[in-house]
Design a protein around this ligand. Structure first.
Ligand code: AHG
Ligand code: MN
Ligand code: MN
Length: 352
């Protein structure tokens, strides 16, 4: 009779001899969504599939960025101006089309709305069965494209309400608490995908050798207070007095550092990790500021709130704002709760 060797692994539970990094490497985004929802039901499968396709979009955009200087027709402007009156970069158009393309034949997303399109884009084969709408900023911080600095993409998923037979997408004009999922992809030294489905905030990092986003940090919490303030101080002359007063306060108080990259995704990622506040107040030229609610400020507000932070227009929470049009702008104060309160105390003090 043959005896089983003493140190044999055959009788051990698989978890006892699995390499820990192997388990981590298998925690892909689609698996994580199912884990979060603790369900294999149809809604969980849909959200998991939606996040996988957003991840694919991130991989395609990341791949193009990583070889931008080596390829023709990646850098520079198209010569066109978008619905916001801003000059369009070739990468804005490419990334806009990537998100449309990854949702073709998905049966998931009937409509997409983005910074680069005046009207929502309908994918006929997905309508009417596609129950979701994707709202997105294909490239955030596109002025960084040609100088090889960090950029982002921002996304938000909402349930489609009604049939939208008139093609007006009026059901999108609701507050930010209607978001099912939101997050961003950060194209930095590594590419990260940060997301929430209303169950905390989670970091995934793209492993280029695998071509997969792998979980790197779960349930991220923003510090209550931080020393970073992030704002374009070149607009000082255009701000109302309360914002100028806040900046004077920061300039005369120990413990603050300015950081501003030109890509809000990068700046807010820093603040999420290290604490602080990002501001984009209204200006003389743009009284509601520059940033758009549905695909910039609302998704970031949802995410930062899920991490324990807050986001405000200065008057109300960003997530309470009900837009009257697709491309509506809002002022933004976002970050660590104490920093946001401090800014608001200046804004409110003068209003009274
Ligand atoms: P986008 O590239 O989508 O137009 O967004 C750029 C945004 C934001 O990312 C950044 O913080 C801000 O605009 C920079 O604007 P200013 O140059 O006015 O500071
Ligand atoms: Mn943007
Ligand atoms: Mn953009």
């Amino acid at each position: 009779m043959t005896e089983t060797p003493q140190n044999s692994t055959t009788n051990k539970h698989p978890d006892q001899h699995l390499d820990k990094t192997l388990d981590r490497d298998c925690t892909t985004l689609s698996r994580h969504v199912l884990q979060q929802l603790q369900s294999f039901g149809p809604n969980a499968q849909d959200l998991s599939a939606l996040m996988s396709r957003i991840a694919l979009a991130g991989k395609l955009i990341s791949r193009r960025f990583s070889r931008a200087g080596l390829m023709e027709d990646v850098l520079g402007f198209t010569g066109e101006v978008n619905v916001q009156g801003e000059s369009v970069k070739k990468m804005d158009i490419y990334a806009n089309e990537v998100f449309i393309s990854v949702f073709k034949q998905s049966g998931l997303v009937c409509r997409l709305a983005s910074e680069e399109m005046e009207q929502p884009y309908y994918i006929p084969e997905n309508c009417p069965i596609g129950r979701y709408t994707l709202l997105y900023d294909p490239i955030d911080g596109s002025s960084n494209t040609d100088i090889n600095l960090s950029l982002g993409s921002i996304f938000s998923i909402r349930q489609q309400e009604g049939t939208d037979l008139d093609g007006e997408a009026k059901d999108l004009l609701q507050n930010g608490r209607k978001q099912l999922a939101a997050g961003y992809i950060l194209y930095g030294p590594s590419t990260m995908l940060v997301y929430t489905i209303g169950k905390g905030v989670h970091f995934f990092t793209l492993d280029p050798s695998l071509g997969e986003f792998i979980l790197t940090q779960e349930n991220v919490k923003i510090p209550n207070h931080g020393g970073v303030y992030s704002v374009n101080e070149g607009n000082f002359w255009q701000w109302s007095e309360p914002y100028r007063e806040y900046i004077r306060y920061v300039h005369s108080t120990k413990g603050y550092s300015a950081r501003y990259s030109g890509a809000m995704v990068s700046d807010i990622h820093r603040i999420l990790v290290q604490g602080g506040v990002f501001l984009y107040p209204g200006t003389i030229e743009k009284p509601q500021g520059k940033l758009r609610l549905l695909y910039e400020t609302a998704p970031l507000a949802f995410l930062i709130e899920q991490a324990g932070g807050s986001a405000s227009t200065g008057e109300i929470d960003i997530l309470e704002v009900v837009p009257t049009k697709l491309h509506q702008r809002t002022p933004l104060i976002i970050g660590s709760p104490e920093n946001v309160e401090k800014v608001k105390s200046f804004v409110k003090a003068v209003e009274v």
